[in-house]
Write a protein that binds this ligand. Structure first.
Ligand code: AP5
Length: 222
């Protein structure tokens, strides 16, 4: 019998079930799967993040999505974030770290997390480790979706035409890619040194890519 957080969930039936991080809390054993879905703008973090959420019953956070909601509601934070996002720049670390902090507070009984678009700087990565550490948790794996630059631009321009997302214009896409290369790519080394970075070929159909991801996640710890 396993306990997921403080709830009794059932018997271990599949190999997948036992890959989750095991820790002890209040004399109970619980297992969690904490995944970062990592990659450049347009690499498929949101798309595959949704697939992972459904497949492994995780709680998904996309900091970009949270910020877009705040912009839509015209909150003070939204107005601040809009200034950065419309230029393809990162929103200040303290703002997104506070968003993550609130996310943890709002989801205390989660069976695992999928982080999409966070962390994007080394400071965010360190803050996340600290926040997870306070819950006796840690990241299990960082899935880096590796996609050619031409394909990234084409996907984002395509979405810009269909959905009209404000930052999906050629100029802003170029700026987002530059910011990714300069500020976010260094996280690859950060997680590689921890032995958590796994490169996924992010070219192909959504289903092809998801089956590569499943293959990695299902074989964690094996
Ligand atoms: P965010 O919303 O995270 O945007 P992003 O990283 O630029 O990523 P995208 O949503 O554009 O792409 P994705 O990798 O999720 O791919 P998706 O699945 O959507 O952040 C937006 C902004 O918010 C940032 O620029 C920053 O200003 C701010 N921000 C957010 N987090 C922050 C943080 N932590 N710190 C500071 N600032 C932060 O796919 C893209 C398109 O391609 C879709 O149309 C999809 O349908 C399509 N697609 C997906 N997979 C495939 C495939 N295999 N083949 C063909 N098309 C595909």
């Amino acid at each position: 019998m396993i306990y997921l957080r403080n709830k009794v969930k059932g018997f271990i039936l599949t190999k997948q079930t036992i890959i989750y991080l095991c820790s002890c809390n209040n004399n109970r054993i619980f297992f969690m799967l904490n995944i970062i879905i990592f990659g450049a703008p347009g690499s498929g973090k949101g798309t595959q993040g949704e697939n992972l959420t459904k497949r492994y019953n995780l709680t998904h956070i996309s900091t970009g999505e949270v910020l877009r909601n705040k912009i839509a509601k015209q909150t003070e934070l939204g107005k601040l974030a809009d200034k950065y996002m419309s230029q393809g720049q990162l929103v200040p670390d303290n703002v997104v770290i506070d968003i993550l902090d609130k996310f943890f507070a709002d989801n205390p009984d989660s069976e695992g997390y999928i982080f999409d678009g966070f962390p994007r700087t080394l400071r965010q990565g360190e803050a996340m480790d600290e926040m997870l550490g306070k819950q006796n948790e840690s990241i299990n794996v960082v899935l880096w979706l590796d996609v050619d630059d031409d394909e990234l631009v084409s996907r984002l321009l395509n979405r810009g035409k269909k959905e009209g997302r404000d930052d999906d214009t050629l100029e802003t896409i170029k700026s987002r890619l530059q910011v990714y290369n300069r500020k976010t790519e260094p996280l690859k080394e950060f997680y590689s040194k921890q032995g958590k970075l796994v490169q996924i070929d992010g070219m192909g159909t959504v289903d092809e890519i998801f089956s590569r991801i499943e293959n990695v996640v299902d074989n964690l710890n094996s």
